[in-house]
Design a protein around this ligand. Structure first.
Ligand code: SF4
Ligand code: SF4
Ligand code: SF4
Ligand code: FES
Length: 905
């Protein structure tokens, strides 16, 4: 086909640093030891015909299409399973080889429907390509003989079809499901002629273990496993490389297009975060971008009781600006502010905070990322000197012991979850710290946690202190690392603190509920690992002692010397796609881009000079302060870009009251979300497919977001902010987001080496990217910590009992989380076929608690907290422990946030 496809080298690359030299068809080739003959040939442009091999999975050697001759060797070995050797002389093409290949193809084709012209894969089928490549012209077998042409299609998956009549039993799909995804949903059932691909126990895909990642679809060389979008619309004709807008893994994709229509999203093999893998959201759930609910016309209304009125962009922007100005004139400069989102691009977020600081003249800018980021930002900045994770994802492949705390990677960060599972299958040990039994504990094939420390909610700090206690009192400290790399005085203080008996596992047991013996054993396992790596998530940060816990984790990693190289580190798994980036870009009230405090005179002067205005030296309002001030009548205007604060913020009733009290709420979003119910101006947003920019993932990786279709409402989000700035009489005149990035690079030391040109050249860049590290920094703190004196700082972490105590009136603790198929408040995924997997939020409750209350599976149950009440359907599950209930918050109807309280860190 005409579209430039990514080259398939047939087998995975070898990681060996040693090379051998060989001759292929008369050409000299140098290849790393362990490379297949097939891959070595492909590297010099000789593409040996193949069917069962593809470079995303290990070779299998079943089709025999790839045979070659090797001088001095016997027979015709398969080039996909034959490794290169020094001095080898290979022939890939002669009459004998051609005859064998034609024979192989003839066998395949004789049992294959000959409907190429009307087949959905026409032009995108390797079987068709190979028939051409081997010069097959006729098929001598009797098409009326025994064949599989009548096999029934499985259409159960909403996104792809399985048509067994076209299957050549190459097992690429089976290997992709095992090796790439780690789900093991597919097997080859039966033998010989009867063998066929079967999901789980010969079930339809939707009833099987399949999680719809699509790896098998991508690996399939025929039309057997095929995206329904390709069947419906035909094979794509051009592709644009961009980045997934869902989670913090930040997978790189090729948006494969027909004109302005996305036909399919194919994960990019060159993507450094995902290496050609994806999950069901990124690959399939892009339909929301063109959903009929998209609002594409600006709208205004005087009062939230009025109906919306569609107006021109000019009128909407002018109205918004005049209202904001009016409020400022009457109530003062500080009576307005704005909120950005971790779903926005870096450039958009940068521009919003610039508009607020320079255009509104105050620092009233915040982001919901604060909820999940602040503890990480603060904790890691204090101890290590930088507010971010320390590793790249690939680092996990060198970890020997992995500790996962309050994170659920297989659901929340699926592609990284798959990579982690791969490492675990290779033998790395696993410690899971979670109140709930996540899939990694024992529900993933060939993966099992060595320890599951099933702690009571809100006792994280007691647990991490107890682990620290074991490290210190059992002589497991890496003294050399501590002495050379850390602030020794702070370490000694910490050592004394943590060695106290009150932190012993035996004392912690009554608080955490974790048996002391398990905790001791887990602590020893982590501390004595060659490479111990910690990954944590919202179960750590969305807690009242979040920062203390992050510091506790940092202390532990320093004390055991698990920092500054591959395979180790402290890694927050960010929830939304651009949590890292939105924090980097200065979306907090107290910080300029690059985490520099607004009170710092030199930084402020730098921005004042560049932005041409005087800037406030005091931090502005945080989101909760904005709401409080709104309820008090002193904060009356709000610009919200890309965030549904009326749904996702804890303690929703207070938020609703605050929003109702404001005089001008401006919402910029794709859909009329919950917040828009309180808005006076609605500015249509643009989806990630409709704009240029960058996202920064959990590894600090800045990746390109590229416009693949025109903005439905006419403008990209950054253009809308720019129009609002100009209407507010603060001039902005960017022609392209690359100019915004140039400004970010100019004003932010850790971004000083970043440019669109470089991102395009390298594919992505991990900050810090400076003169010293022009290609970015995969591993942080290698030689020294980023703190001013270069030394890691230990800090004391006293455990404080949570205020949200269990009482007779409120005997259960609610925890929340996410699942694979849905995303955050669901605004996007609910507008796709992902609902097939999860159409409502369920309340997981332990059978004991359910029995006490007479609750059966699927019953509707009312739950009530100090903050509010709601109704959810019950799911009895032993994944939660007695006393704890669990739900997701993907559906506004269920309103799980109605009942969470606003206790903050
Ligand atoms: S979609 Fe993914 S999980 Fe499902 S069978 Fe294919 S590879 Fe396995
Ligand atoms: S479904 Fe596709 S990948 Fe799987 S065995 Fe059949 S042809 Fe091969
Ligand atoms: S893992 Fe995250 S970034 Fe990757 S495809 Fe899935 S949702 Fe997108
Ligand atoms: S491609 Fe080598 S045996 Fe199939």
């Amino acid at each position: 086909m005409s579209m430039n496809k990514e080259k398939d080298f047939g087998t995975p690359a070898s990681s060996s640093t040693q090379t051998v030299s060989l001759e292929i068809d008369g050409f000299q080739v140098i290849a790393p030891v362990g490379t297949s003959v097939m891959r070595a040939a492909a590297s010099i442009g000789i593409d040996i015909p193949k069917l069962c091999a593809t470079d995303s999975v290990e070779p299998f050697g079943s089709c025999r299409l790839c045979v070659v001759e090797i001088k001095g060797g016997r027979g015709m070995p398969a080039s996909c399973t034959t490794p290169v050797a020094e001095g080898m002389v290979v022939t890939t093409q002669n009459k004998r080889l051609a005859d064998v290949r034609r024979g192989v193809m003839e066998l395949y084709i004789s049992d294959h429907p000959l409907d190429c012209l009307t087949c959905a894969a026409n032009g995108d089928c390797e079987l068709q390509d190979m028939a051409g490549a081997v010069g097959l012209r006729e098929v001598r077998y009797n098409p009326a003989g025994e064949n599989h042409l009548q096999s029934v299609k499985d259409e159960s998956n909403p996104y792809f079809t399985f048509d067994p009549s076209k299957c050549i039993v190459c097992s690429r799909c089976v290997r992709a499901c095992e090796e790439t995804q780690g789900t093991f949903a597919l097997t080859i059932d039966g033998r010989g002629f009867d063998s066929k691909v079967s999901p789980s126990q010969n079930q339809p895909f939707m009833d099987s273990e399949c999680v719809s990642c699509g790896a098998c679809v991508q690996a399939c060389p025929t039309a057997t496993l095929m995206e329904k979008s390709v069947i419906d619309h035909g094979v794509p004709e051009h592709a644009v490389v961009t980045t997934c807008a869902y989670c913090g893994v930040g997978c790189s994709f090729r948006a494969e297009m027909k004109g302005n229509q996305v036909i399919r999203m194919v994960p990019n093999k060159d993507g450094k975060a995902n290496h050609g893998h994806s999950c069901v959201k990124g690959r399939f759930a892009f339909g929301y971008a063109t959903h009929k609910d998209r609002i594409t016309k600006p709208m205004i209304r005087k009062s939230i009781k009025d109906h919306w009125q569609e107006v021109s962009w000019e009128e909407a922007i002018n109205y918004a600006a005049s209202e904001l100005k009016r409020i400022q004139e009457k109530h003062g400069k500080d009576a307005i502010g704005g909120i950005t989102s971790s779903r926005c691009t870096n450039e958009e977020t940068y521009l919003v905070q610039k508009l607020i600081r320079a255009g509104f003249g105050n620092n009233n800018v915040d982001t919901c990322a604060r909820v999940c980021h602040s503890p990480t930002g603060y904790g890691l900045k204090q101890t290590f000197g930088e507010s971010s994770g320390t590793q790249n994802f690939d680092s996990v492949m060198k970890a020997d012991v992995i500790m996962v705390i309050g994170a659920n990677p297989t659901d929340g960060h699926p592609v990284f979850g798959s990579q982690m599972k791969k490492r675990l299958r290779q033998g790395a040990k696993l410690i899971v710290v979670d109140p709930r039994e996540i899939d990694l504990v024992k529900n993933s094939p060939h993966v099992k946690a060595d320890f599951h420390l099933k702690l009571k909610p809100s006792t994280n700090v007691a647990l991490i202190n107890a682990i620290g206690h074991v490290v210190v009192t059992e002589n497991l400290v890496d003294e050399a690392f501590v002495n050379s790399r850390c602030d020794v005085e702070s370490f000694n203080k910490w050592r004394n603190f943590i060695a106290d008996k009150r932190h012993a596992p035996e004392a912690a047991e009554s608080i955490t509920g974790v048996p002391a013996a398990d905790l001791r054993a887990a602590a020893r396992l982590y501390a004595s690992a060659q490479n111990g790596a910690i990954y944590y998530g919202l179960g750590v940060t969305e807690h009242s002692q979040g920062s203390t816990m992050v510091i506790g984790i940092a202390n532990l990693a320093m004390a055991t010397g698990n920092l500054g190289r591959e395979g180790v580190g402290v890694n927050p798994l960010r929830g939304q796609n651009n949590v890292q980036g939105s924090c980097d870009m200065g979306s907090f009230p107290h910080e300029y881009p690059g985490y520099r405090h607004v009170s710092d005179k030199a930084t402020r002067e730098l921005f004042e000079q560049n932005w041409g205005v005087k800037l406030q030296p005091e931090p502005g309002l945080r989101i909760p302060n904005m709401f409080d001030a709104a309820s008090d009548g002193s904060f009356l205007g709000l610009y919200v870009e890309g965030e549904d604060i009326a749904q996702s913020d804890p303690d929703i009733q207070h938020v609703h009251h605050a929003l109702r009290s404001m005089e001008c709420v401006i919402v910029q979003d794709l859909f009329l979300n919950e917040t828009a119910k309180f808005a006076h101006v609605f500015l249509p947003g643009s989806s990630f497919l409709e704009k240029n920019g960058t996202f920064t993932n959990a590894e600090r990786r800045i990746s390109p977001v590229r416009k693949v279709m025109p903005a439905l409402a006419g403008y990209e989000d950054w253009e809308v902010t720019q129009m609002l700035a100009n209407a507010m009489s603060y001039p902005m005149d960017y022609k392209h987001p690359s100019e915004i990035m140039d400004e970010i690079a100019r004003l932010t030391p850790s971004f000083s080496g970043v440019s669109y040109e470089k991102i395009d050249k390298l594919g992505s860049i991990q900050w810090p990217c400076t003169e010293d590290t022009p290609e970015g920094t995969p591993t942080m703190h290698e030689q020294a910590f980023m703190r001013d004196n270069g030394k890691g700082l230990f800090m004391l972490t006293e455990f404080i009992t949570s205020q949200e105590k269990v009482t007779q009136k409120f005997p259960l603790i609610l925890t929340t989380g996410r699942i694979l198929s849905q995303y955050n408040v669901g605004a996007q995924t609910r507008r796709t076929d992902n609902n097939a997997w999860h159409a409502e939020d369920l309340l997981e409750i332990h059978p004991h608690d359910a029995e006490d209350r007479g609750i059966n599976n699927q019953d509707w149950v009312g739950i009530k907290s100090r903050a509010g009440e709601t109704v959810l359907r019950a799911k009895l599950s032993e994944r939660v422990q007695p006393g704890v209930i669990y739900t997701t918050f993907h559906f506004p109807e269920s309103g799980a946030n109605v009942i969470t309280t606003d206790n903050s860190d």
